[in-house]
Ligand binder design. Structure first.
Ligand SMILES: Cc1cc2nc3c(=O)[nH]c(=O)nc-3n(C[C@H](O)[C@H](O)[C@H](O)COP(=O)(O)OP(=O)(O)OC[C@H]3O[C@@H](n4cnc5c(N)ncnc54)[C@H](O)[C@@H]3O)c2cc1C
Length: 341
């Protein structure tokens, strides 16, 4: 795995709605951000759990869908050029002389002055399918996400599941795979009908195989798959495969945040309400992950927290600069940063 190193002012753990708005508030104060999320796109719960549901309590938006809000937030922060690291989980946080080093399970290391934890209800993590012995293959020939499509080129692929992820990756990886088999326990899919139709069309043209059934066992050695046993209407069949991608949905777990030495209460990070700083100076927590008297787990609370946290972060990154309070309506300097002046 190649390693990546970067330096920035602020690393934000998570790319949910509160993290996205934090980029805006930090950007107005000239602070550069990197965001890291285990998901493959921005939006946290809004994008993952309720993209099409209407939200009615975002100020100024009488009605907006979960994904609609994420799209507007990403548009609003575009001028600030934040860097995103998707499909990576922040695993370690280390204090250094000048700030922090943040490490991910994707071998990315980022040096920064301030860390903002906007980890919501915790990291979305893939649900492990109930296949005996699957742990031995994980990370070697069984993967729960696709970081680099090229890694799957030339393989006999087994994609398992019936949702959007399973169907999207079936369609995207088919041209690269030597052979691709999709397995789902029944011929009905939760995925978008258009993707399902495309999959059936490819099956017709013998570009992929579709098996109805459940994976009951794996055959291989030293973590390298050779075949999977699939139990379905044809009985138990052995399907040769060298890579398997199970997509059984995601669950939310607090994950590594629990091990960063922060003052936690019932899996939430205690913060003050002036700066939203944790028990560790220079580490802030905003959005659903934090806890303080009167906390409401609403998106608008996270937006307010992002604004106050940014003022505090500015003082850490540029201790000698005076912060001048300005309105976006009337400040030419802010408008220049937004690219509208
Ligand atoms: C069905 C539903 C309906 C809702 N309706 C409303 C509503 O109408 N109005 C409202 O205000 N709120 C609503 N909410 C709540 C709202 O979605 C949350 O308050 C909001 O998403 C919190 O945003 P956040 O940025 O704090 O965290 P999240 O949206 O949870 O995002 C956190 C992100 O951090 C990532 N992460 C966590 N740990 C790590 C790690 N170690 N490494 C990398 N990434 C990590 C996660 O993968 C996740 O993507 C609703 C929630 C649900 C589930």
């Amino acid at each position: 795995m190649t390693s990546n190193f970067a330096e920035t002012d602020v690393v934000i753990v998570g790319a949910g709605p509160c993290a996205l708005f934090a980029v805006f508030e930090l950007g107005l104060l000239d602070l550069k951000c990197h965001l890291i999320d285990i998901l493959d796109r921005p939006g946290g719960q809004c994008a993952e759990l309720y993209p099409e549901k209407p939200i009615y309590d975002i100020p100024g938006w009488p009605i907006i869908s979960g994904q609609g809000l994420v799209d507007k937030l990403t548009e609003q922060i575009r001028p600030f050029g934040a860097e995103y690291h998707f499909g990576e989980m922040v695993t370690e946080l280390e204090r250094t002389d000048g700030g922090f080093r943040v490490r991910t399970d994707g071998n990315t290391t980022i040096a920064c002055k301030v860390v903002v934890i906007a980890a919501g209800g915790g990291s979305f993590q893939p649900k492990r399918p109930p296949i005996p012995g699957i742990e031995a293959y994980e990370g070697k020939s069984v993967f729960y996400s696709v970081r680099r499509m090229e890694d799957f080129r030339g393989h006999d692929l087994l994609v398992v599941g019936g949702g959007d992820s399973a169907l999207d990756w079936t369609l995207n990886l088919q041209p690269l795979a030597r052979k691709l088999t999709l397995v789902h326990r029944r011929p009905d899919f939760r995925a978008a009908p258009d993707s399902v139709n495309k999959m059936y069309a490819m099956q017709e043209m013998r570009q992929l195989e579709f098996e109805v059934g459940q994976v009951t066992g794996l055959i291989g050695s030293d973590g390298m798959l050779q075949a999977a046993l699939i139990k379905g209407p044809r009985g138990e069949v052995e399907v040769p495969c060298t890579r398997m991608l199970p997509f059984f949905g995601l669950t939310m777990k607090l994950g590594p945040v629990a091990h960063w030495g922060l003052n936690l209460h019932e899996e939430l990070i205690a913060v003050d309400t002036e700066r939203f700083e944790t028990s560790e100076p220079g580490i802030y927590a905003i959005g659903d992950i934090n806890r303080y008297p009167g906390k409401l787990k609403l998106i608008l609370s996270g937006f307010h927290e992002a604004a106050l946290m940014s003022q505090a972060a500015k003082r850490v990154v540029h201790p000698n600069q005076r912060i001048v309070f300005q309105y976006t309506t009337s400040s030419t300097s802010l408008q220049k940063k937004l690219g509208v002046a």
